[in-house]
Design a protein around this ligand. Structure first.
Ligand code: ADP
Length: 568
């Protein structure tokens, strides 16, 4: 906003305007008054002279030689100059000048008019006095013209006396005016000061300020306008604040960290997720970690375009996706997403596809090879046909198991588990019964200590997990070995243990056997009908039930798998 060149109060301004107007009006009034006063005075003097001239005109001596003496006599009583002119225009007598040197007066307006019998008047510069004169001439009975004249300056003296009288009056009126104007100025200024204070308070944020009312309509309207402005401002501010709060809630709900950096590198805004990802938010960009974010902000500013960069941060290392977008006025918006889990899932998925393809390829290749050999054997070595046919059947079974396990896995991972009350003891009994024929075939003893208990969960999923553990125990135990199944409950958990006296698992592999397709001994796994997916499904099911699965094993002595489920 432009600053006014000079500041002054209302009273001063009113006084200045009043003074200028007063002086201008005074000059105009003085000029007009003087002109009309002078005209009126001249008219008055003229009529006075006319009266005097008419009084003396009839007494002019008829004899020319006596006229000058008469003039001298008369002029003693008359203030004006007295001149007597003959009917032919000769000056017969004059109270001031030497008549003999005066020229013929025929042709002068007042003389000509008087000779015609009228009262002749004229106002002009006199040849004999050199000043402006007022002339009045009348015709006497003797035929002579009596002319009286006075300098106009004699009127001027009376006018100036009038002017000084007038001046005093005007000065008095002016002084009175000054007092009145100053008082009016103050009267107007006082409510304005109150209004100005109220407006300043509104500007400073005091929206509840009491705006003074005024009896002056315009000032009162101004006050009402300020009050309604404050109300309106309050409503707008409340709206803005509500919007800001909503935006804050929305931004805080975002999983991505959001950071707004100001032109001076100050942190203008940071949402809650940013602190979750990067730790406490500093007040300036210079303290933001990782340092790479600072570099990206500066780079985005100088290049004027958005940047999208992945970086590693912290221990344990997390992968951050950082989007940096320059906004107007050198501000920069930084959005930080923790994509560690997404990355891991992608990697797991990629590995899974690679592993699954690889696992599928083996039986398929075997079937193909056996089938081709079978074709040849039919003609050349029919006695070996049953052997190749058996190979095809075996490989097809492996393929079928693999596909079945993959379907089980996909079913487990793709749907929301339905929970019901499951009689876990009954479920375990069923699975033990199912594995009994195979165990018996191999001379493996199955010992069960099963307490009756129930859990909340999915019966088919739990059955799948128990089946896999039992099948593993039997498969990885030598003939004549032993498998012990126990199920019991304490105050905190329900524990199912399946222990065998089998081949055992090397310590270094214990952590990895729950991974998909991980097998300690691939050949043994395949030959016993394993797919490498069993334990990964067990872990998935147990974790989906809020429990955990563990293993203890000694190579050559046996393994013990434990499922712990939380008590309700
Ligand atoms: P598989 O189908 O190969 O059995 P699993 O996922 O069920 O796949 O098991 C992974 C690996 O863990 C097996 O290949 C095997 O090497 C080992 N394993 C699992 N259970 C036992 C066990 N009871 N005794 C010894 N090793 C086992």
């Amino acid at each position: 906003m432009a600053e006014p060149r000079r500041r002054s109060t209302i009273a001063t301004r009113l006084l200045v305007v009043y003074a200028v107007t007063f002086v201008l009006v005074l000059i105009l009034l003085g000029f007009l008054t003087e002109r009309s006063a002078r005209g009126a005075l001249l008219d008055e003097v003229e009529s006075g002279l006319t009266q005097q001239a008419l009084t003396v005109a009839d007494f002019v001596p008829a004899v020319s030689g006596e006229i000058q003496a008469w003039v001298d006599l008369v002029s003693d009583d008359i203030e004006a100059r007295v001149t007597v002119v003959s009917p032919t225009g000769e000056v017969e007598g004059d109270s001031i000048g030497d008549r003999t040197t005066m020229e013929n007066h025929i042709g002068r307006l007042e003389i000509d008019a008087a000779l015609e019998g009228r009262v002749g008047t004229d106002r002009r510069l006199s040849a004999s006095t050199g000043a402006r004169e007022l002339y009045v001439a009348v015709l006497g009975q003797s035929g002579h013209v009596v002319r009286l004249s006075l300098p106009e300056s004699s009127v001027g003296e009376r006018v100036s006396a009038l002017r000084s009288e007038l001046l005093w009056l005007v000065a008095l009126a002016g002084a009175l005016g000054v007092v009145v104007v100053a008082a009016v100025g103050r009267l107007l200024a006082r409510p304005l000061v109150g209004l100005a204070e109220a407006a300043s308070a509104v500007a400073a944020g005091d929206l509840a300020v009491d705006v003074p009312r005024s009896a002056v309509d315009e000032l009162d309207r101004l006050g009402l306008a300020i009050a309604s402005m404050a109300t309106e401002l309050g409503a707008r501010l409340a709206e803005v604040e509500a919007e800001r709060r909503t935006l804050g809630v929305v931004l805080d709900a975002l999983p991505q960290g959001t950071l707004l950096v100001g032109a001076d590198d100050g942190i203008l805004y940071a949402n809650r997720s940013l602190a979750d990802i990067l730790g406490p938010v500093p007040t300036t960009l210079g303290k933001v970690t990782p340092f790479r974010i600072q570099e990206l902000v500066r780079q985005a500013r100088s290049e004027g375009g958005p940047l999208d960069v992945d970086m590693e941060h912290g221990r344990p290392g997390r992968v951050l996706q950082v989007l940096v977008s320059p906004l107007d006025g050198a501000r920069v918006l930084v959005v930080v997403g923790d994509v560690t889990e997404r990355r891991r899932i992608n990697e797991v998925r990629r590995d899974f596809v690679t592993n699954a393809s690889h696992e599928l390829k083996t039986p398929v290749a075997s079937i193909l090879a056996s089938a081709e050999t079978l074709q040849i054997a039919v003609e050349r070595a029919p006695d070996r046909v049953p052997q190749f046919a058996a190979q095809i059947v075996s490989s097809a079974r492996s393929l079928a198991r693999l596909v079945s396990d993959l379907l089980d896995l996909s079913r487990l991972e793709s749907r929301v588990m339905e929970r019901e009350d499951v009689d876990l003891s009954q479920l375990v009994w069923t699975e033990v019964d199912a594995v009994l024929p195979l165990a018996a075939e191999r001379g493996i003893r199955l010992i069960s200590e099963i307490s009756p208990l129930t859990v909340r969960g999915s019966a088919p999923d739990l059955a799948l997990a128990v089946r896999n553990l039992l099948s593993n125990a039997v498969r990885y135990t030598e003939d004549g070995g032993e498998v012990r199944v126990s199920l019991h409950e304490d105050s905190e958990r329900k524990v199912l243990t399946i222990a065998d006296t089998g081949v055992g698992i090397p310590q270094r592999d214990l952590d990895r056997i729950f991974e998909r397709f991980y097998r300690v001994d691939v050949a043994r796994s395949r030959s016993t009908g394993g797919t490498g997916l069993g334990l990964s499904m067990v872990r998935h099911v147990v974790e989906a039930h809020g429990g955990r699965v563990g293993v203890e094993s000694e190579l050559g002595a046996g393994s013990s798998f434990t499922i712990e489920l939380p008590s309700d």
